[in-house]
Design a protein around this ligand. Structure first.
Ligand code: A3P
Length: 280
């Protein structure tokens, strides 16, 4: 493809994730109280991160993504003294072994694949750390083949399928978060074992609304240490539309048919994907 991406174990990664680091992930030293914030790109990672950062007295530090950088990342992660919240776009299979052995808490955020594809298309266009792409049609073909950064959306979801009921894993759906932010924020705080009053929950919901986050980002200078997605530290690239169902403005009826056929075939046994039948 291009010099901004490279393949590791058959999956495309940004060259900002060094091969050496990816190869060494299994030597990551997880702590029992670590929390992982996991997602396929463009599923709402920054949103959940903002929610977590706004929980009062949570005593946590959001770290940069575990797969971003070179081998020194594993040392750097040791320097945090507070409870760590570590974002990543890795699939279940690629997560460091240690995290699974210690049964660290994991929040996995999922978004319906058509909106995710449209959002990732824009990221490809706007983000200098991703290859340039000419047309939506061209991008959609890559997305359906899994020839995009972090691989196939379908395989990513499937890698989590058999772990969805584990008690250390909380699955959050972007669309449900949109419909009822307070309810889902409550799920997150309860899962993290934090006691937060309803009025504080509502305050977090307000502060983490799309318009609030977009406006605050416009005023902020980008702090490279506050990087949530391994594909950029520039938050201005993240807040585009923040809507459910924007895919309708991109998919032709033929593209929708092809997409739905692949979805049905690949995801027929997936309960997680079952949540998205309403969004097609
Ligand atoms: P769009 O491109 O559809 O607007 P990630 O954080 O995983 O990179 O995901 C980015 C997507 O989440 C973008 O989608 C972005 O606008 C959306 N998003 C970010 N913050 C949001 C919020 N507070 N509410 C709703 N959507 C949000």
């Amino acid at each position: 493809q291009s010099s901004v991406l490279h393949k590791f174990k058959g999956i495309l990664f940004s060259t900002m994730s060094s091969e050496e680091l990816l190869n060494s992930l299994d030597s990551f030293d997880a702590r029992e109280d670590d929390v992982f914030l996991v997602s396929y790109p463009k599923s709402g990672t920054h949103w959940i991160a903002e929610v977590i950062e706004n929980i009062p007295n949570a005593r946590i530090t959001l770290t940069p993504p575990i797969e971003l950088g070179d081998i020194s990342k594993l040392e750097e992660l040791k320097t945090y003294s507070e409870r760590r919240v570590i974002p990543t776009h890795l699939s279940y299979d690629m997560l460091p072994m240690n995290i699974k052995q210690k049964q660290c808490k994991i929040i996995y955020i999922i978004r319906n694949p058509k909106d995710t594809a449209v959002s990732l298309f824009h990221y490809y266009r706007d983000n200098p750390n991703l290859p340039s792409i000419e047309t939506w049609h061209e991008f959609l073909e890559l997305f359906l083949r899994g020839d995009v950064v972090y691989g196939s959306w379908f395989d990513h979801i499937l890698s989590w399928e058999e772990h969805k009921n584990a008690k250390n894993i909380l699955i959050i759906f972007y669309e449900e978060m949109k419909k009822d932010p307070s309810k889902n924020i409550k799920k997150i705080t309860t899962f993290l074992g934090l006691n937060v009053s309803d009025s504080e929950i509502n305050k977090i919901a307000w502060k983490t609304s799309f318009s609030e986050m977009k406006n605050n980002t416009a005023e902020e200078n980008c702090d490279p240490n506050h990087t949530i997605c391994a594909l950029t530290s520039n938050r201005k690239l993240v807040f585009r539309k923040g809507a459910v169902g924007d895919w309708i403005n991109y998919f032709t009826s033929k593209q929708k048919r092809v997409f739905d056929e692949l979805f049905t075939e690949k995801m027929k046994h997936s309960e997680l994907a079952g949540h998205f039948r309403d969004y097609s």
